[in-house]
Design a protein around this ligand. Structure first.
Ligand code: 9MR
Ligand code: CA
Length: 555
């Protein structure tokens, strides 16, 4: 249990790039306490100084102070020493996040539905195929004249959402967008990286091969008769804890929703743009994606307020969202960038609000960041200024919070939601967007700090990525990891992270969270779906950040 043996000195367990900003956090030492940084090889002291005054972080209820280690630029392995206590050893070296970035993306391969994972690609995590989803029943909530209840459609492939084996369009939207945004922002980083997936070496970057696995499924979730999009493909109840090939519950497509239509429209518009240059490898695909986006958009215009309502016989994830202006704004922005048509910019104008940190339910920021990324498409400088200011305004506000925090993090108590690890990384995503627009180094440094948080510089002293760090989650809520008989969990998956609402307690007898303080409310227990599950929307900003930091820092 990391809570009991965690060190009082917290540091990114994967270390730092030589050119990066570097910080560690010390809990429980007075202002002016001496610190030294020791090199592992010869024990020499390479940096020393005095701790700043500690301040209590409300999220952990404990006093803490950040130590600036930015002066450590020579490659090596180091420890921070304070009053005889030593931190974990941490490297300063080129490439310290390469394996992480690859593993986080490979996590999607391990999440593929409807296919066997061969030993050549999955190693000891190879598994048989399950959930073919070639015969999926239309649930009564999704019935139409052309597809009545009980009729059968085919929607194979895609990624399992999380620890469960269902597939949800809304959550697929932000996930796939974030991965494609990583490609759009850092193509040089991703172009030649080989993940060891079945498509590696086919002349298409592995990121785009992997994203296509899910996009293909999303296309099948659109009803060709009217352009509407089913909210999810699911069992009526969650599968038991078994491997995919042992799960045999009937599968359904459930209710079309406006949110699903708009999220699909947004992602397909983006994907049409991204896959356009690969027409030789994917003939006709970009045009098909554009048509899907336009039809989903038209459906949403005709059905602007169809909220998802969980049918009485369905008990899997809801991804219900009552506020759709952000989905309208995002889809409009993506369609505008793709088509250049003024009506989409007008729709953006009708629905846009100042951005917040993106999440599956609040995708408004993605409208702004997409327009900022493609600001050359905007009609004039007034538009460009407005879009850039919206993004840099949010990024700047997050950085100001981080600078005022003893942990140098933008995370506040209210940010410790279900999936708080991803909240930290999505804050980082916004900071990176701001950095790309301004070149202001403080934004990049703050983004590094958000990545540090997830990789161990947090008051639990845990790196929340399976297999990457010195103390990592071992007992994630993830059916394959629980059922495969292998001690180690599937690698490269981000644990949801501290969540003081502990919604799983009603189902998880005997799970004893160490604390209900926001930043401490986490437990490495298989039952703890509210703090220790994994999910595709959480891994996506991990992929983005693990590529962004080296791509931007090494310049
Ligand atoms: O990430 C989702 C979180 O924001 C919600 O509060 C929670 C309860 O509705 O659901 C989370 O998503 C889960 C989904 O419903 C089903 N698959 C697993 C997801 C991660 O726990
Ligand atoms: Ca919303």
């Amino acid at each position: 249990a990391p809570s009991t043996d965690a060190p009082a000195i917290f540091v990114n367990q994967l270390g730092f790039l030589p050119e990066a900003t570097k910080a560690a956090v010390v809990e429980g030492a007075a202002a002016g306490t001496r610190f030294e940084v020791v090199r592992e090889t010869d024990g020499s002291v390479v940096l020393e100084g005095e701790l700043p005054a500690p301040a209590t972080w409300p999220a952990s209820g404990r006093p803490a102070a950040a130590v600036d280690l930015g002066a450590l630029r020579a490659p090596g392995r180091y420890r921070l020493r304070v009053q005889g206590r030593e931190s974990d050893p941490f490297p300063v070296a080129a490439g310290v996040y390469d394996a992480l970035a690859d593993a986080a993306l490979k996590g999607y391969y391990f999440s593929r539905s409807g296919t066997a994972l061969a030993p050549a690609h999955a190693g000891r995590h190879a598994r048989a195929a399950g959930h073919p989803d070639t015969e999926v029943e239309v649930h009564p909530s999704a019935a139409s004249a052309t597809r009545p209840a009980g009729s059968v459609i085919s929607a194979p492939g895609g990624w399992y959402d999380a620890g469960d084996y269902n597939k949800y369009v809304v959550n697929s939207g932000i996930t796939t967008h974030t991965l494609l945004a990583a490609w759009e922002d850092f193509p040089e980083w991703f172009r030649d990286r080989e993940l060891g997936i079945p498509e590696s070496g086919n002349g298409v970057p592995d990121l785009l091969d992997e994203a296509w696995w899910n996009l293909r499924w999303m296309l099948a979730m659109q009803d060709p008769h009217d352009g509407g999009v089913y909210h999810k493909l699911t069992n009526l109840r969650f599968d038991p804890i078994v491997m995919p090939d042992q799960a045999h519950e009937r599968r359904y497509v459930v209710q079309k929703s406006t949110a699903a239509a708009l999220d699909l429209a947004a992602v397909m518009a983006q994907a049409a743009r991204v896959y356009g240059p690969f027409d030789a490898q994917f003939p006709g695909l970009a045009a098909r994606m554009r048509a899907a986006a336009e039809r989903a958009w038209e459906w949403a215009q005709a059905h602007p307020d169809v909220l998802y309502r969980q049918p009485a016989d369905v008990f899997t994830g809801a991804y219900g969202d009552a506020k759709l202006d952000d989905e309208f704004a995002w889809a409009a922005a993506e369609l505008f960038v793709l088509t250049g048509e003024a009506r989409y910019l007008q729709a953006f104008e009708r629905h846009a609000a100042p951005p917040g940190v993106p999440s599956w339910a609040d995708v408004g920021a993605l409208a702004w960041t997409t327009l900022a990324r493609h600001r050359a498409r905007l009609p004039d400088d007034a538009w460009r200024t407005r879009v850039v200011e919206a993004v840099t305004g949010l990024a700047g506000a997050l950085v100001a919070r981080a600078q005022a925090s003893p942990w140098r993090l933008a995370m506040q108590s209210e940010d410790f939601v279900w999936g708080s690890s991803a909240q930290a990384l999505n804050q980082g995503f916004v900071m990176v967007q701001g950095y790309r627009l301004t070149g202001d180094r403080a934004l990049l440094d703050a983004a590094q700090s958000q990545l540090d948080y997830v990789l161990g510089r947090n008051p639990l002293g845990v790196s929340f990525v399976t297999g990457h760090g010195l103390r990592t989650p071992r007992n994630i809520h993830h059916r394959p990891s629980q059922a495969d008989g292998i001690d180690d969990p599937v690698p490269g998956l981000l644990s949801g992270g501290p969540n003081p609402r502990q919604q799983d307690l009603r189902d998880c007898e005997g799970v004893a969270y160490p604390s209900s303080l926001p930043a401490l409310s986490w437990i490495d227990h298989e039952c703890s779906y509210a703090s220790n599950e994994v999910a595709i929307n959480w891994n996506a900003p991990l992929v983005y950040m693990a590529a962004a930091i080296p791509a931007l820092t090494a310049r």
